[in-house]
Design a protein around this ligand. Structure first.
Ligand code: HEC
Ligand code: HEC
Length: 197
């Protein structure tokens, strides 16, 4: 009995340890705090600096974040779509500020299926380019890597919906769960269709 029990308990201990290690990764720099709108923040506000820029701010009211988002757009030319400005202000005022009542739902238009529009709206193109490496790999290089992989679609879908690092380097990509399956398919197909010219 004891001989069977001990390895079983060791195995449980191992799983628990592995989980703790995963949670202790420095998520703060990899993405913004969880909450409605975080995917927009990850898409629009990680290309130039880490999430530390927000967490280093003492909690401030909504006016501060309204001005901050406007400054990023105006002074630093952050390509933030106009229709995401209010959702971003609400997210930062609530998650890093003092506005606990800021709207808690962020919807993304599920009728958008054109991949280039999706890539722009979701900020993919803040970190990726079709033909050259930026923060993330060039989509042509991703397509070339998966050219002979029967599971290519699945792997690219997983990258989009789960994010993560380790395939191209140590910089993590944020996860996207805000899009419909059809939108993720559209983006994945588009990435995999990029050919070097
Ligand atoms: C195009 C690049 C770019 C993008 C995208 C961007 N920022 Fe910035 N951000 C900057 C620069 C440049 C600074 C100033 C850096 C410095 O002073 O060291 C800055 C500074 C900050 C600071 C520190 C306070 C300040 O005003 O200097 C905060 C907070 C901040 N950004 C939040 C955001 C948020 C929120 C978003 C998304 C809505 C965002 N940033 C997107 C370029 C960007
Ligand atoms: C904040 C920057 C950032 C944003 C925004 C971003 N990515 Fe990425 N992406 C990365 C990084 C970094 C990697 C490399 C991750 C790794 O090494 O595993 C990556 C990797 C990828 C890959 C390669 C996956 C593989 O299996 O090799 C694909 C495909 C991809 N991104 C698609 C997208 C799409 C589509 C979007 C928008 C919905 C997006 N990315 C938004 C940074 C970003």
């Amino acid at each position: 009995m004891k001989r069977i029990l001990i390895p079983a308990m060791l195995a449980i201990g191992f799983v628990a340890t592995a989980k703790v290690v995963t949670i202790q990764l420095p998520v703060e720099t990899a993405s913004y705090k969880a909450g409605a709108g975080v995917e927009l923040a990850n898409s629009q506000c990680l290309a130039c600096h880490s999430a530390d820029y927000a967490s280093m701010q003492p909690p401030k009211p909504r006016d501060f974040w309204t001005a901050e988002v406007a400054k990023m757009k105006g002074k630093y030319a952050a390509p933030i779509p106009d229709d995401q400005t209010n959702a971003l202000i609400a997210y930062f005022s609530r998650s890093y500020g003092t506005d606990t009542n800021a709207a808690s739902t962020v919807a993304f238009d599920s009728t958008i299926l054109d991949p280039q529009t999706l890539a722009t709206k979701m900020g993919c193109l803040n970190c990726h380019n079709v033909d050259k490496k930026v923060i993330g790999p060039a989509y042509q290089d991703v397509a070339a890597k998966y050219a002979h992989d029967a599971n290519a679609m699945q792997r690219v879908r997983e990258q989009i919906t789960r994010g993560g690092s380790g395939k191209w380097g140590t910089v993590p990509m944020p996860a996207y769960t805000i899009m419909t399956d059809a939108q993720v398919d559209s983006l994945a197909n588009w990435v995999l269709s990029q050919k070097a010219k």
